[in-house]
Design a protein around this ligand. Structure first.
Ligand SMILES: CC(C)(COP(=O)(O)OP(=O)(O)OC[C@H]1O[C@@H](n2cnc3c(N)ncnc32)[C@H](O)[C@@H]1OP(=O)(O)O)[C@@H](O)C(=O)NCCC(=O)NCCS
Length: 172
């Protein structure tokens, strides 16, 4: 049966599923390589409904949600202007892209990237960039497949642990 995937701008009604996908995917992806305390701290600071609600209402951030057969399957947070987590000029940052574990490998991530590219084009932005943990091999492979290349690195603090993120970019 054909899988029905819909990608659209997220609204305030999507805050709960976005927070849930964020928490769950972050835990599944990073629990094995971080202490419980650091994970708890990061999740409580970043994936509460209050935090997502504040971010979604920001004028320089854009949230997209992917639905699979009507069920929330993934979300992406994009930043422009001063909302970017690093000074990268006139560009679009993908700050978060989380696909729920049971929905991976269906092409949702690739379609989210295509949506980000479309948004960048409409806004006259020629470059998309993101940070990804240096040891997150699946994500590095995914972004390379989508045409991104490593151009630098920066520090990323998870809880109390300072880690290295690879910075990747794609000109469009
Ligand atoms: C990384 C992630 C976003 C990929 O999303 P996805 O929907 O599973 O990926 P897609 O199905 O769209 O795959 C797109 C392409 O990337 C490749 N790819 C996806 N995951 C891959 C992996 N683990 N290893 C190697 N290649 C991979 C696919 O083979 C596919 O290539 P193809 O189109 O040539 O067949 C998703 O797995 C995820 O959310 N992971 C956990 C959270 C995370 O690490 N997010 C990124 C943090 S910055």
């Amino acid at each position: 049966m054909e899988k029905r995937i819909e990608i659209r701008r997220a609204t305030e009604n999507d805050i709960a599923p976005i927070a849930a996908i964020g928490r769950q995917t972050f835990e599944e992806t990073f629990s094995d390589t971080n202490t419980e305390e650091d994970m708890r701290k990061y999740i409580s600071e970043n994936f509460t409904e209050e935090k997502i609600a504040k971010e979604i209402s920001g004028s320089e951030s854009i949230f997209l949600i992917a639905l699979h057969d009507g069920t929330a399957a993934a979300y992406m947070k994009l930043n422009t202007g001063s909302a970017q987590t690093e000074k990268q000029g006139d560009a679009l940052e993908i700050q978060r892209l989380y696909v729920a574990a049971s929905k991976k490998g269906m092409g949702i991530g690739r379609r989210m990237i295509a949506s980000a590219e479309e948004i960048a084009r409409v806004r006259g932005l020629c470059r998309i960039w993101l940070g990804v943990w240096e040891h997150n091999e699946p994500a590095l492979a995914f972004y390379k497949k989508c045409g991104f290349r490593v151009f630098s690195s920066h520090d990323f603090v998870l809880g109390t642990d300072r880690q290295t993120d690879m910075l990747m970019e794609k000109n469009i």
